[in-house]
Design a protein around this ligand. Structure first.
Ligand code: ADP
Length: 515
């Protein structure tokens, strides 16, 4: 791979050709246009009857125009997934063979990482400087997941003589994955690889805002030798393709990452259809707790900012509630103010750009409205607080807000932008009470050098990943084998590690009488 800085990404973007067709039963096929629902143009780039555009949020250009998969496509994809599952060409081969195919898939992803990173960057604005390591990390996780597969074991239970009792895990069957736009490729791989690894067939519906890298993943999986039908990829609108998949009676498990609002709807769809198993990773409003024993406040301030500005704050585990011991509140606020104010957005395709735009106009308006509501209700805008007109497009200046009650909507709602609120606390118990005073329970970060204090809190603070003295983000700190599970309105179901693999299986016990 060439050094990212030596690549002319603009030129690469101009040379890019994209195939927007879905992948069904191992082939790129045209979307069937009959029998469509009532699709009207809307705020997300939809352009009318069953079509939508993905739009570059930096320069407003249309990246691709796609047809939304309808009922016939969804049925065909689910049927193909089911047929492959029943044939056993994927579901019943050995874990070792599945592992080998998925390792080849990781190779393919690595071989195409520049193209994949470029697609995510163009569609949702992630700077290429982040998108490249994001793809590399995703490939690493595919590899470590694949390597885990043939090391799992099932259980032989103690039982009477001439009997044999086993606890087995079996795949669900057909898994639908509905994924978001904030890390289009990374989140999709985090679902399809464990699902495939455990023998399921998968139908993936990426976000309509960023579908192209996921479609390429479908091609690469086939190139790696995955049998036709084991992975189908259907681009489409949430309320059409996503809804049809979630309501489908032949989908056994639905794995979703996205907003809590959509998560609730999907629970209803599961209830209205076949009571499919659900894995939901929804919103978050994660606390960063700063205790008073820290040495280098400058370094802490930098990490705190990274915790909510990274990927323009469009990170479900973003640390957007900064809770600081009163003794450090004033000195930290001063440092944070200068740091946040110094952040500048730029062209995502410039290798030096660290901060990109928000993913689309809807996000831009939402972030602006939430900051305006805080301002109207008497908040202090410590830094930022407006669009980044110099950078243009959907850029919004990183923003830190103080002096709001913790109950204020700005402190309670997931906003998905580079914006955070800061509040002081008095004592450990108040810190914990504030941290857990949220309907969400996705992740938490503790800043302290006191290990006893930290370890006393890690089990009590709500959230799956709890990081101590590091921001909760996928990145170089990712530890292979880590498992997380959200709480409250953040959803349910394990992701990562062995627990994340088991989530794509069902428990089954067997009892033999032998003679
Ligand atoms: P966001 O608001 O951040 O885009 P969403 O929860 O709306 O998050 O979207 C996450 C994923 O859920 C996307 O793939 C989207 O198309 C899909 N989606 C949205 N609404 C529905 C729905 N009613 N049924 C099924 N999928 C949906």
């Amino acid at each position: 791979m060439s050094a990212p800085s030596s690549i002319d990404w603009q030129q690469r973007a101009r040379q890019l050709t994209v195939d927007v067709r879905p992948i069904i039963d191992g082939e790129r096929v045209d979307v069937r246009i009959d029998g469509r629902g009532d699709m009207h143009g809307g705020e997300r780039g939809e352009v009318g009857e069953g079509r939508f555009d993905s739009v570059n949020p930096h320069d407003g250009r249309v990246v691709a125009s796609l047809a939304s998969c309808g009922e016939a496509d969804v049925d065909a994809a689910v049927l193909s997934a089911r047929r492959t599952f029943e044939q056993g060409t994927w579901s019943r081969i050995s874990a070792h063979e599945r592992s080998r195919t998925l390792l080849r898939f990781a190779d393919e992803i690595e071989r195409h990482q520049e193209e994949l990173a470029l697609l995510d960057s163009l569609e949702m604005g992630m700077p290429i400087s982040s998108a490249l390591p994001d793809v590399a990390l995703a490939a690493r996780i595919v590899r470590s997941t694949a390597e885990r597969l043939d090391k799992l074991s099932e259980q032989v239970l103690p039982s009477a003589a001439h009997t044999l009792a086993l606890n087995l895990r079996v795949p669900h069957g057909v898994v639908a994955a509905i994924t978001p736009w904030n890390f289009p490729l990374y989140v999709a791989l985090g679902k399809i690889v464990p699902a495939l690894g455990m023998g399921n067939s998968v139908v993936l519906k990426p976000s309509e805002i960023a579908s192209l890298s996921c479609l390429r993943l479908g091609d690469l999986a086939m190139a790696a030798g995955l049998p036709a039908g084991a992975l189908n990829v259907l681009p489409g609108l949430g309320r059409e393709t996503g809804r049809l998949l979630a309501l489908h009676n032949d989908v056994d498990c639905l794995s979703f990452t996205g907003s809590t609002t959509t998560g609730r709807v999907l629970m209803q769809y599961a209830g209205q259809s076949n009571l499919k198993a659900l894995l939901l990773e929804c919103g978050g409003k994660s606390p960063q707790l700063v205790f008073d024993d820290l040495g280098d406040l400058d370094a802490v301030a930098e990490s705190l900012v990274q915790g909510f500005v990274w990927n323009c704050g469009q990170v479900c585990v973003a640390g957007t509630r900064i809770l600081v011991t009163r003794a450090l509140y004033a000195p930290l606020l001063q440092r944070l103010s200068a740091l946040v104010e110094s952040q500048r957005g730029g062209d995502p395709l410039q290798p030096s750009t660290v901060l990109g735009p928000l993913a689309n106009r809807v996000q831009l308006e939402r972030v602006g409205a939430m900051v305006d509501a805080a301002r109207r209700d008497g908040a202090t805008i410590v830094a930022g607080g407006a669009r980044d007109t110099a950078a243009g497009g959907c850029h919004y200046r990183p923003t830190l807000i103080a002096d709001l009650p913790h109950a204020h909507v700005f402190m309670q709602e997931e906003i998905f932008g580079p914006v955070a609120g800061i509040l002081p606390f008095d004592g450990v118990e108040q810190a914990l009470q504030l941290a857990n005073d949220s309907r969400y329970g996705l992740s938490a970060t503790l800043w302290t050098r006191d290990v006893a204090l930290a370890h006393g809190l890690v089990r009590r603070v709500r959230g799956g990943p709890v990081t101590v003295n590091a921001v909760a983000s996928p990145g170089p700190g990712h530890v292979s084998g880590s498992s997380v599970e959200p709480a409250g309105a953040s959803g349910f179901g394990a992701e990562g590690g062995t627990a994340g693999l088991m989530a794509y299986t069902r428990a089954k016990s067997v009892h033999y009488r032998l003679g």
